[in-house]
Design a protein. Structure first.
Lengths: 238, 240
């Protein structure tokens, strides 16, 4: 018996035992999707936040339009737009050599999730950068630091501390939202569970998936809380 | 171009009327869920602040579970769970035929449970923000506990809770898109159907996005107007 069959055997539920391996594999896919998109989204989001704060006016308008669109529409609609919509632009995508990516559901989902979370993270970073008191900029200038090292060494570390908590929330939200990947043929945890239910008609597979999702979310919350305490240990805690 | 516009036209050849009907279902579902979710959220918040350990634990478990589960999973569990429950209950009564759980009700319950979990946090924050003197003043006037809550606390609560509840509403509006998976004919459902028939995914999913965007943007405008109205008579510090 494989390790992934044990929880079902231990619970004495045949459906969970039979589909346990698929569900754990699905959990792996969920974590891959979320890790990839939140990681890339952080880089992209920080760049967007900087463009929105310090970019030229037309660029700022474009960034605002971008964040409004991705924050104002459901993730499901965005995923469908990319996954089904890409097929319509196949000749063009073929020509520029990107079709091999867009024909793949995993890529489409990861791509859309990245764009989506980048929009949310951009707002988090923007708020965090703005929250750093202006005196920090002035003090840095008084020390003769140039703008870029001043930003990287003085402003950004302080901003990231403020951003830590909302970023943790965003990570949790993405774990939950990633379940829509199951609607574009992916067998993530949700997809594997849907398959298990469709074949077994046993509702307990959904409860097992619920327990797994809760486990992940609570683990992230706890670990993030510890990390936050450690990273802000030089500040006085109330 | 004409062909694409034709696809969006009203009537038998176009999908305009279907999309409008779907948008109507989306809005109706969100509006139907709102009072249920907010009221349940307020009850959970009151339990969270109650002196009874049992009430507090129930509230904590409730919010942990429904804030941690993917909305899609909650929807499936509620839909299939209620479906099975309702059919068993119907069979137990011994009446002929069968009873189906309406998808609309299942969607409303599932989204309402999630909304309650998230809005309870907002309610707790708002309840904490009301000065103790308000309760003491009401007590001095001889009001009992329910009267104090209804006449003194509740009217002040909305103003403080409004920004947070506004965020909850925006999230809810987008979450309604998930109900298309339980065959409730909302906006997402009809755009999916139109895509299958016409093979114009970019047009239709793009339209769906634009309609959701319209809802979001107008909600944001409505909410900020509402906040202004609720805050009249209050000095706004340095904020303009």
């Amino acid at each position: 018996m494989n390790w992934c069959e044990y929880p079902g055997a231990w619970l004495g539920v045949e459906a969970i035992q039979n589909y346990g391996c698929r569900m754990f594999a699905g959990l792996g896919l969920t974590l891959q999707l979320v890790g990839l998109s939140v990681g890339l989204g952080a880089i992209f989001g920080l760049a967007l936040a900087l463009l929105k704060l310090y970019g030229p006016k037309p660029v700022r308008a474009v960034v605002t339009g971008y964040t409004t669109f991705f924050r104002g529409t459901p993730l499901l609609a965005q995923v469908f737009l990319v996954y089904y919509g890409a097929g319509q632009f196949r000749p063009f995508l073929d020509q520029i050599g990107l079709w091999i990516f867009f024909r793949d559901a995993f890529f489409c989902a990861a791509f859309t999730f990245t764009l989506n979370t980048a929009a949310y993270q951009a707002e988090v970073f923007r708020g965090a950068i703005v929250s750093v008191p202006r005196g920090q900029w002035e003090a840095g200038e008084a020390l003769g630091l140039h703008r870029i090292p001043l930003f990287l060494k003085v402003i950004l570390p302080q901003a990231l501390m403020v951003a830590l908590r909302p970023l943790g929330n965003e990570l949790v939200i993405m774990v939950k939202s990633s379940a829509v990947a199951s609607l574009v043929t992916l067998y993530d945890l949700m997809g594997a569970t849907r398959l298990a239910f469709a074949r077994s008609f046993d509702l307990s597979v959904y409860f097992f998936a619920a327990a797994l999702y809760l486990l992940i979310v609570e683990t992230i919350r706890r670990v993030w809380g510890l990390a936050e305490r450690r990273l802000t240990r030089h500040l006085t805690h109330a | 171009m004409d062909r694409l516009l034709g696809l969006l036209s009203w009537g038998d050849n176009g999908w305009g009327d279907e999309l409008a009907a779907g948008a109507f279902v989306t809005i109706s579902l969100a509006l139907a869920t709102l009072p249920f979710g907010l009221a349940l959220g307020l009850i959970i918040a009151l339990m969270q602040r109650s002196e009874s350990v049992i009430a507090r634990s129930i509230a904590t478990v409730y919010t942990t579970v429904f804030r941690g589960l993917p909305e899609l999973l909650t929807l499936y569990i509620v839909y299939f769970g209620l479906q099975i429950g309702v059919q068993k209950a119907w069979a137990a009564t011994g009446l002929p035929g069968r009873l189906d759980m309406p998808a609309f009700v299942a969607g409303m319950i599932a989204l309402g449970l999630v909304l309650a979990a998230f809005s309870s946090e907002v309610w707790v924050g708002a309840l904490n923000s009301i000065a103790k003197g308000q309760r003491e003043g009401a007590f001095a006037l001889g009001l009992n506990k329910p009267q104090t809550f209804r006449l003194v606390i509740l009217p002040q609560l909305f103003r403080v809770a409004l920004p947070g509840l506004g965020n909850n509403w925006m999230v809810l509006l987008k979450e309604t898109s998930l109900v298309s998976v339980i065959a409730l004919p909302d906006l997402m459902f009809w755009t999916g159907r139109a895509n299958v028939v016409t093979k114009e995914p970019f047009l239709f999913f793009g339209m769906a996005c634009l309609i959701y965007l319209l809802f979001s943007v107008s909600s944001a405008a409505g909410l900020s107007a509402l906040e202004k109205r609720f805050s009249r008579g209050f000095a706004t510090g340095g904020r303009r």
